[in-house]
Design a protein around this ligand. Sequence first.
Ligand code: XMP
Length: 425
Amino acid sequence: MKKTPETVILLNFGCRDIQKLARLIRDRHIYTMVMPYTVNPERLLQEAPVGLIFCQDASENPHDAERGAFSGLGLPLFEIRLGDVSALESEALRAVDFCHTQCACSGSWKMENFIEEAIADIRAQVGSEKVVLGLSGGVDSSVVAALLHKAIGEQLVCVFVNHGLLRKNEPEMVQQVFARSFAMNLHYVDASDRFLDKLKGVANPEQKRKIIGKEFIEVFAEAAADIHAPFLGQGTIYPDILESIPLDGNPAAVIKSHHNVGGLPENMKFKLVEPVERLFKDEVRAVGRLLGLPSELLDRHPFPGPSLGVRHLGAIERDTLKILREADAIVTEELLKSGWYHKTWQTFAIFVPVKTVGMKNHQRTYDYVIAIRSINTVDAVTAQVVHLPWELIDSMTARIINEVDGVNRVVYDTTPKPPGTIEWE
Ligand code: XMP
């Protein structure tokens, strides 16, 4: 891949906030890459960096010996040592100043430029061959679809698998955006029955996840086999790569294992196209916006791969799955209407397979429980419960009980992470 000019490398000597630092500097239009201090200096020079920033937390030892190998490379050097909350933003600004004054960076890292370059790279890599892409409706694969489509048009074939565990109107929305608005070559595979049959009677969360994951690979592989594409598009993003590189140890080995396409049959050997692998999530969204993807798709809450499967506790039945889907849609509608959707990281409904006694229209009821969970987080490692306005919880509750048959009680999850995980299964 052609290298963006003006690369500044952040050398990680043990800096917890290194990804945030890299992002903050990129926000000022300077392209940063993060490398562990164990990187071979020759490998580092392959990126043709214009400057090097040593990064560490103030609490880490100074690693003087290891620094020596990089000090002699003839590159402008800078150092950042982050204290408790020692102003990440102001350190980032000092680094930006260093990039301009010592490394002569002009600030050319802009998503408009990235798109142009990525299109040229994709065309050079793919030539006249076909690329198959698994489209999930999530941000990363959607942006990759839009980028590949702009680069190679009809040569891109997207496969969208409906595994029956999607949110309300999701299959329709994906088809509307990609097949109709963008006129992409989209293979829609409705495998709902196949998944739901396999999941029948399975209550164990790990087993459910395994079935969904395995079935997904099989359905995708079957669809992809008919397309005969030598290339597979993937929505790998920069944090996926960074998080697979340990600070110590052999980074190359881990990158390699990340690049093995999880679970596809041995005889399906694809060459990978990963056009957003250098981007952070916000940059991926910015590219998506520039390519015309709707905010409805780009600014959605994160949604787990096993989808409603891990929000419907216990064994999944079609009728109880419908209850969850309807309740979840109401939660989302009310959040959007009240302006709270974009103030929370994830807010969703959970189906609790427990019946409680209640009253409706002067009749005794014995129906299921829906839980509502709303959290905010920076990195999903820890999370805080959002104090949604009580009136909003009231209106969600009233609508769910009135509009969703089979539910007579709604509860609000007040558990932070830890001790609770974000998902219930
Ligand atoms: P937990 O439940 O572990 O979730 O606190 C942390 C974040 O990861 C998402 N999540 C998943 N995403 N496949 C995914 O793609 C999964 O199996 C999965 N499990 C959890 C979860 O929604 C939250 O954002």
